[in-house]
Ligand binder design. Structure first.
Ligand code: DC
Length: 233
């Protein structure tokens, strides 16, 4: 059963980092977990997605690490929480939906693989998390951004299940696609994100692996809160 009451003072200022492959449920889990704990939610993937969207708009090639680094350093990425949802703003423009487009999906892995891009983004992420009381999720939050987080979780699920979840997410924002396409996109990104040279997606030391294939979102959150209770005694 969902546990509604949480002793917040005990958890104040802590950091939870959650990594995992595309569609593993990180974003939804981290967002709802943050809401339950009264924490902020940091979606690091949204930052790489916003950068990719603006690179496409400015005609910067996903292979052009030099120009992307400059853009990453300058892009004013802001998060605004609205009814537990994170809206992503750039210069006041709400780009929450466009950063999930298939075109951004196609290029975001390549854009996020450049060392200069990663350094710029990680610096922003560390700054955003410096006071704790945050749930961060992405590919390298447990290994590079917050290696000393109080709780480090690696969320996983089968490719089939992750593709199904993506299909539902995309339908919600009006993008029609099919399961095979989503499976292929997820497998391509898994391979790229795990084998890149800089900060690959990995099960770093100290992570607790949670397989969510047969878990509901509420079940995942309860499970992670139970793990958090164990480490914040
Ligand atoms: O979690 P997501 O699907 O929104 O992430 C989009 C892409 O961004 C993902 O394919 C790899 C990249 N990413 C990253 O390199 N490092 C992170 N911390 C988060 C995302």
């Amino acid at each position: 059963m969902t546990e509604m009451k949480i002793n917040l003072s005990k958890f104040k200022g802590k950091t939870i980092a959650i990594d995992g492959p595309a569609g593993s449920g990180k974003s939804t889990t981290a967002r709802l977990l943050a809401a339950r704990l009264g924490y902020r939610f940091l979606d690091t993937g949204a930052m790489y997605r916003a950068l990719t969207l603006f690179a496409l708009r400015y005609d910067i090639a996903p292979s052009d690490g030099g120009k992307l680094k400059v853009l990453a350093e300058k892009l004013p990425i802001e998060f605004k929480t609205q009814e537990d949802f994170n809206r992503v703003l750039i210069n006041g423009e709400d780009v929450t939906d466009p950063i999930r487009s298939p075109e951004v999906n196609l290029h975001v892995s390549e854009v996020s693989a450049h060392l200069g891009v990663r350094q710029a983004m990680v610096a922003k992420q560390k700054e955003l998390g410096k006071n704790g009381s945050i749930v961060a999720e992405g590919r390298d939050t447990t290994s590079v951004v917050f290696p000393d987080a109080d709780l480090k979780v690696y969320l996983d699920a089968s490719v089939e299940e992750r593709a199904q979840r993506r299909l539902l997410d995309l339908a919600r924002i009006g993008v029609s696609t099919n399961l095979e396409e989503q499976k292929a996109d997820i497998e391509r990104r898994d391979k790229f994100d795990s084998s890149r040279e800089h900060s690959p997606l990995t099960r770093t030391r100290g992570v607790i692996v949670v397989d969510t294939t047969n878990m509901t979102i509420e079940g995942q959150i309860d499970h992670i809160i139970a793990l958090f209770r164990e480490v914040v005694k």
